[in-house]
Design a binder for this molecule. Structure first.
Ligand code: HEC
Length: 111
């Protein structure tokens, strides 16, 4: 009887590159929607230019204090006991990771 392990390994090898590519797989249209969401919906608390309001400013320097997946988890689950809501009902994990990556590298605010 063949051992299952090599087959699992093969599966893992096939899956890994797919997972690595997943973040770039959002369609340009969806990326544009997420960017709109960031500045309008998130911006309703964090400011339309992310400089803060009810919520704190979200400069790249501060966003890079988080690792990307931690930041994505914060976006999905919110900050309990504060006005920061969780977005898991609206965003997939992949979309939250895209937003986290965007906050860390692609916003105009970096101080
Ligand atoms: C209803 C208001 C509100 C909305 C909408 C909102 N936030 Fe927040 N957010 C807050 C508040 C308030 C905090 C501060 C929580 C605390 O005291 O730790 C916060 C904290 C954060 C933090 C941590 C900031 C830091 O300095 O550590 C991040 C990142 C963040 N929000 C991202 C987002 C993103 C991305 C969205 C949109 C998907 C969003 N927020 C929408 C109110 C909001």
């Amino acid at each position: 009887m063949p051992l299952p392990a090599p087959r699992l390994l093969l599966l893992a090898l096939c899956w890994l590159p797919a997972a690595a590519l997943a973040d770039s797989a959002l369609s340009p249209a969806r990326q544009a929607e997420l960017e709109t969401l960031l500045y309008q919906d998130c911006g309703s608390c964090h400011g339309m230019t992310l400089r803060g309001g009810l919520g704190p400013p979200l400069p790249q320097s501060r966003m890079n204090a988080y690792d990307r997946d931690g930041l994505a988890a914060l976006i999905l689950h919110g900050v309990p006991g504060t006005a920061m809501p969780g977005w898991a009902g609206l965003l997939s994990e992949q979309e939250a990771r895209w937003l986290a990556d965007h906050l860390q590298h692609d916003t105009p605010l970096d101080e």
